[in-house]
Structures are given as C-alpha cells and as structure tokens.
Design a protein around this ligand. Sequence first.
Ligand SMILES: Nc1ncnc2c1ncn2[C@@H]1O[C@H](COP(=O)(O)OP(=O)(O)OP(=O)(O)O)[C@@H](O)[C@H]1O
Length: 240
Amino acid sequence: MSVSIRNLEFGFNGKPIFRDFGIDLAEKKITAMLGPSGCGKTTLLRLIGGLLIPQAGTITGTGGGVSFVFQEPRLLPWYTVLENIMLPIEKSLGKAGAEKRARRFLEIVSLAGKEKSYPNELSGGQKQRVSVARAFAYPSNLILMDEPFQSLDIPLRIQLMDTTLSLLAEEPRTLIAVTHDPRESLYLGERIVVLGSAPRGIIFDEPISIPRGERAYHSPKTGELEARLIGVLSGELLQQ
Ligand SMILES: Nc1ncnc2c1ncn2[C@@H]1O[C@H](COP(=O)(O)OP(=O)(O)OP(=O)(O)O)[C@@H](O)[C@H]1O
C-alpha cells in the first residue's frame, strides 16, 4: 500500500513546519529527501513513523510496520551483533526463526562471522551496517532513514548504499532516505523530493530515470541533475 499524506498541519510551539502538506509515496520505491537544515525532514519522518501526531490532516498506508535507521547506529552495547538484530523480531518469529533471519541479513550486509562480536568491537561503518540489517530484518513495509550515511567517508557511504540496495533486492520495501548530500540522493533514490524552508513544503519533486547501472556517486550521467539540485538548495539558503 502506498503512503499517502493529505492536508498535513504540524508545528512546534505555534511555529508551522507543515502547512497543508501532501505527498504520495509509491509502494516499494526509494524516495531521497533533501532540504535546508530545519525545514522539517526529521519531523516528517517522525510523523510518518507515528512518533509525532499530526495537528490536522491524515497519514495513511503506514500500517504494515515501520523501521528507522538513524545517523548513529543506536546498537545496544551489551548485546552481540546477532542479538541486536534478533531482539526486535524474536517475539514474532521465536528464537530459532529470529536467529535464522538475523544470520541471513548479516550475510547480506557482509558481516557473516561477526555474529558474536559486540558493537564496540566494530568500526563505524560496520556498526551502521548492523543498524541497517536490523531495520531490514524487522518485517516492516516502510523503512525511514535519517541521514544514515552522514558520519561515514565517501567510500563507506557508497558501500552502505550498495548494501541497502542489496537488502532492497532481497525484500523490496518503501524507503525514504533523508540526506544532505545531492550525490547520495542521486545514487540511491528513484525519486528526489526537496523541501523548502518551513513551511514552504515541496519545491522539487522528480523521478530519476537514469538506469542504476549507469549511475556513480559522481558521474557525467547524473551531473546535470546534481547541478539543478544544488541550484534549488542554494536558492533556498538565500531565502533564509
Ligand atoms: N521537539 C521539538 N521542539 C521544538 N522544536 C522542534 C523540535 N524538533 C524540531 N524542532 C524544530 O522544528 C524545525 C524542523 O526540525 P527538523 O529536525 O525536522 O529539521 P531537519 O530538516 O531535519 O533539519 P536538519 O537537516 O538540520 O536535521 C526546526 O526549526 C527545529 O528547531
């Protein structure tokens, strides 16, 4: 089921962030979301994920469970890598089922062999891979990522985006990835949405038609769209 937001109103302390905001997110598609700092990207993810309640309007299609991936991995340090992934799914799948699924997802993120490690024994990139595997192991329809690659250097970002694409190939989901990096949005997204300064709402919304095989983190194929995105984002900064 697609996620549908209609006539959304939301603000903090009387200051509007979303005013008559609407968007439809097609099922099993990847939307990359950009926008100037403070425009409401995180707030929108929290509204979609049910962590905040709209002050008016509706958000539908989120019933099948939601997984979050944050900028920092948020692993439980006293549990092993395997246990961190098993915990959210153990209740519904039972111990054996959860372990099987957790091992499968660890393998997809290339961390087979690290099952018994503790988070503090892993590198930053490895920890974030566990966090992404945990989000996908949870059988949600919707995955919300809030700048998940921000703290990693570029080769690791690319590796983690490839990992995310492998996970999506294994089990397609509707995914929203918030990012500050136009190149990241062009590498990962199937659609790019830019929010303007609050409460302007959507100021750019386009599908990416360049085939995945022809994209790179920085390539001539995506250069024209990247330049337009930077133009849109710079325009917003000048208005702030
Ligand atoms: N709990 C809160 N209480 C009051 N104001 C808040 C709260 N959370 C966010 N805000 C404000 O709402 C606005 C939108 O914040 P949000 O974190 O959604 O922006 P963002 O686009 O994700 O920013 P960034 O790119 O810097 O992470 C900001 O002005 C922020 O200060």
